[in-house]
Ligand binder design. Structure first.
Ligand code: SF4
Length: 327
């Protein structure tokens, strides 16, 4: 396994509130990502997915739990100083790039640092631009970030990210600030990096449609208020969603066919807004909004149970829920 997160908790405590309970941003998450694998981490804003991405790359030390990278505990005694050979790509490519550096000045220094001889720098930069689809490379070498479209800038960020030959990229909403027409081409670029360079991806998003496209052959983990509520192979989970939260997300996802959209029933939630992570509800964190909640739900935290083929769900009442149908 490339990366294993074992029972990760992250609690953010603020100033004079230190001695009180802080925001429990990640609450007991266990996930695994195999070498060259793809895992889509899906959830609404503020559910803790970005925090978990930072933990996965060793950028943030969890309050408790283990981060194993190639079997080594990166925060344990044997793994001190060890960090995953990974890179992060965020949604805002503009702030990820230095506005006073040209494309060449952005890529040449890291290429030099990772062993490219000085006289081959121009050649290698052009190869890299071609590889990520910034064409023609000669035309773009001396352009500044503000000359590039959002899609081109994100390609440049990916070009820089692959220079150290990472085994893992944490891509945090990489296409959410890009025009809808260009999103698929960036996801295709990421699939190419996965296929041809063997880079594993943790793809963080709030958008089920792009998660489905990118991680079609991989896995999906659905996060709600700091906890994983459902996880498994993408195909299996979206064909047979079991957790009420995922069912609610799917029933609210846009459908291109207006006829079907009119006919389908939205799953009604008891409350529209999620509770705050600083004061999470006891028991199942989804219970104040869940239309199926019963007394046990407010009392006991549901464990993640395996329903076959690695399809894990954290819900007390899976066996008694109505069968899933989208329309
Ligand atoms: Fe709903 Fe209860 Fe299942 Fe939570 S455990 S999702 S409240 S039915």
């Amino acid at each position: 396994m490339l990366l294993e997160l074992q029972d990760i908790h992250v609690i953010f405590q603020r100033g004079w509130l230190r001695k009180r309970r802080g925001a429990h941003a990640v609450a007991g998450v266990s996930l695994a990502l195999e070498e060259k694998g793809i895992l889509a981490l899906v959830g609404e804003s503020g559910c803790g997915k970005t925090t978990l991405g930072r933990v996965a790359l060793g950028l943030l030390r969890p309050t408790s739990g283990k981060v194993l990278y190639e079997g080594k505990d990166i925060w344990g005694r044997g793994g001190k100083g060890l960090r995953p050979t990974g890179q992060t790509v965020y949604q805002d490519s503009y702030s990820a790039l230095n506005p006073v550096r040209t494309v060449y000045q952005t890529l040449a220094p890291p290429l030099r640092r990772y062993g490219t001889p000085r006289k081959r720098l121009r050649e290698e930069t052009k190869k890299l631009l071609e590889f990520v689809g910034i064409m023609p490379p000669d035309y773009f070498l001396n352009k500044y970030p503000y000359h590039l479209s959002g899609g081109m800038r994100q390609r440049l960020v990916f070009a820089r990210a692959i220079i150290p030959k990472p085994k893992l990229i944490v891509a945090d909403e990489p296409v959410s600030m890009i025009d809808a027409s260009l999103r698929l081409s960036i996801l295709d670029l990421m699939l190419r990096l996965n296929r041809e360079l063997g880079i594993a991806f943790l793809y963080i998003t709030h958008d089920l449609a792009t998660a489905r496209y990118f991680a079609q052959a991989g896995r999906i983990a659905v996060m709600y208020l700091g906890a994983i509520v459902e996880e498994g192979r993408m195909e299996e989970v979206l064909e047979r969603p079991l957790h009420p939260y995922l069912r609610a997300l799917l029933s609210a996802a846009p459908i291109p066919d207006p006829e079907l959209a009119r006919k389908r029933e939205l799953m009604p939630l008891r409350e529209a807004e999620p509770p705050s992570a600083e004061h999470p509800p006891p028991g199942c964190r989804f219970h104040p909004r869940c239309p199926y909640a019963q007394e046990i739900c407010a009392r006991e935290i549901p464990p993640l149970r395996d329903f076959g083929d690695g399809h894990r769900v954290a819900c007390h009442l899976v066996e008694t829920l109505p069968p899933w149908r989208l329309t």
